[in-house]
Write a protein of this length. Sequence first.
Length: 419
Amino acid sequence: MTSTLNMALAGLAALLALCALVTALTAAILNPTASDLAALVAYLTLSGGGSIALGLVAVRFGLPRWAMSLRVRLALISTMTALLALFNVAVTAALMFLSPHDLGLLAGLLGFSVGISVFVAFTLSEPTARSIRGLAIAAERISEGDLETRAPVQSRDEVGELAEAFNAMAGKLQAGMAREREMEEARRELISAVSHDLRTPLSSIRAMIESMYDGVVSDPETVRRYLATSMSEIDRLSRLVDDLFELSQIAAGSLKLHMETALLQDLISDTLESMSAQAITHKLRLEGVVDEELPPVRMDTQRVQRVIYNLVQNAIRHTPPDGSIHIRARDAGAEVRVEVEDTGEGIPGGDVDRVFERSYRVDASRSRESGGAGLGLSIAKGIVEAHGGRIWVESALHRGSAFTFTLPKASPQTAVSHA
């Protein structure tokens, strides 16, 4: 109702302005008599007011069903405009200017113009109507699940822009559905991997406990060995549960970081110390090189330490005996860069972009035999990105891999206070 009232007021203002303009021009150019000028003003007011009222009624109550087509509407608009012009000219000419003979000729010409205008309206509206029909068909197909459908763009007007926007929306919808399917597939793979990694140690623990409970194993040495193995498997299950919990926090964006200004040198030194025995067991050389003037970093030390542990553990797992693993840290402008490089088996080219996905494994069977649910790299990626850093990998098959991550430097104020 408010919209209709606003349109009525705008139409009334336009009518008064046009009447005043036409009256002034007529008076200045033709110098009519006062009676003719009064008749002209009265006619223009009635004609314009009636036209505006008719338009408002159509807006308020809508057009009949047979006039709902765009082409029919355009034809009606052309016809009404031409007829209104014809009627206005005819009446004013009869009142003031023309003879009946000239008036008849003018009426014929204006009638011809009405027919031409209707034909032109139908012709020019065909591309627009065709584009709208194409949009409707495309929308129906997409609603039925055919996300590859695109609407034809057959004009360069607003309807063409609408078709382009519709196609852009359809493309984004298709990409979103593809990502959702990929995520669903990743969830299924994660559930499968975790189920396997839960089932294996649980089955082992159950078998050993049943053996001891049934008395099949009773000598102290074997019992102690079974208990030690059970404790190891329980620790493995505990780590898996912790990984799942941390991964869920990362996915939900609720990972809480306890930030402090610290040195990466200390974390790398601790990593070398704690991982050296495992490297020696696998006959690997584990070395670290750190820039002497490496600046402090604002970080959650425990979580960044875990990132380095995960990368080194991953390198140990995939590097054959007599290989080497190097940890390097250096200043890289506004950030500090840490690299873990190995001489291992490398990653196939098609898998490089997927190694940070949850539960993704380049070699599923070997990964399960060596432990882990394939969550370490995904957790490392989440922790680094939560710090505002980046992580990536460069690899060549059978030549090794280099995992690199960056962390922003501490601000000068925090660096000074730390020093």
